[in-house]
Design a protein around this ligand. Structure first.
Ligand code: G3P
Ligand code: CA
Length: 269
């Protein structure tokens, strides 16, 4: 089964750039994808939401306030929720200046634009369905865009795509519509509940603060929805010593804002 995880050779954990290489470029922009590539990071994580007119865009927060200039551009539109703006309005926003003037003019990418950029570089995607309860039916919308862009073809589905969410229902919806897509549950289900999760997901993605060696072993002992052992990727690990600790617990993947630092910290000869 595809996705962030061990390849059976017990190599170093896979490194996944959180919101792109978001320590070095504004999160969830194409610049953050490019930064990940420049650092040699093949896997990129992002966050997907839906606009008022049904476009899928890559942005973490429920509102546009923190990562764009929306407050200045649309002062009367508080609280500036993504779902209250059209794609055309969002396309005019500056999603880079908040991070540094050098990134002025970066945009909130549509999912389609984001996939195109990944494809241009042969990068792979850990796609987060963000707050699925706010966007009924977003799973089908995401699968439609992925399909149109060629991301549901065998090569991508086997090696280049994982869909994750804090919402179990979203993963079940993805699986019901496209059983071949690899999914990951964000969170740390109780060990007793893991078999129920293994029925609909392939990976468990706990916070770095909750993961233990016993927990990783309990996850690995189960087979996931595609019949291979469940994998574990921990988030968000930005410190070299912490990365070595988490790698020592046996995780398969590490999600980080600083893929260069973490890759160097966990590299094995
Ligand atoms: O990939 C894990 C991580 O992204 C989950 O938290 O808030 O950064 O989306 P958040
Ligand atoms: Ca995320």
């Amino acid at each position: 089964t595809a996705g962030p995880g061990r390849d059976g050779t017990q190599g170093a954990p896979l490194v996944i750039a959180h919101r792109g290489a978001s320590a070095y470029a504004p999160e969830n922009t194409l610049a953050a994808v490019d930064a990940a590539r420049e650092l040699g990071c093949a896997w990129v994580e992002n966050d997907v939401r839906r606009t008022r007119d049904g476009e899928l865009v890559v942005v973490h927060d429920e509102t546009l306030a923190r990562t764009t200039d929306v407050e200045q551009r649309y002062p009367g539109r508080a609280p500036w929720r993504v779902r209250d703006f059209t794609a055309a309005e969002i396309a005019t926003l500056d999603a880079g200046s908040w991070f540094g003037e050098r990134w002025a003019g970066e945009r909130v990418p549509t999912l389609r634009e984001y996939l195109d950029r990944l494809d241009a570089h042969g990068q792979r995607l850990l796609l987060e369905v963000k707050n699925p309860e706010l966007y009924p039916g977003i799973e089908a919308d995401i699968l439609r865009v992925l399909g149109r862009e060629g991301w549901l073809e065998r090569r991508h589905v086997r090696y280049g795509l994982v869909v994750q969410s804090f919402g179990a229902a979203a993963l079940k919806a993805v699986r019901a519509q496209r059983p071949d897509v690899v999914t990951g549950f964000l969170g740390t289900p109780a060990v007793a509940d893991l078999p129920a999760y293994a029925a609909f997901t392939d990976q468990i993605h706990p916070s770095r603060t909750t993961v233990t060696a016993d927990y990783v072993a309990a996850v690995h002992a189960l087979k996931g929805a595609h019949g291979v052992p469940l994998r574990v990727s921990a988030w968000t690990v930005n410190d070299a010593a912490d990365a070595r600790r988490v790698a020592g617990l046996g995780v398969d993947g590490i999600i980080t804002d600083r893929p260069d630092v973490i890759a160097a910290a966990v590299a094995r000869d």
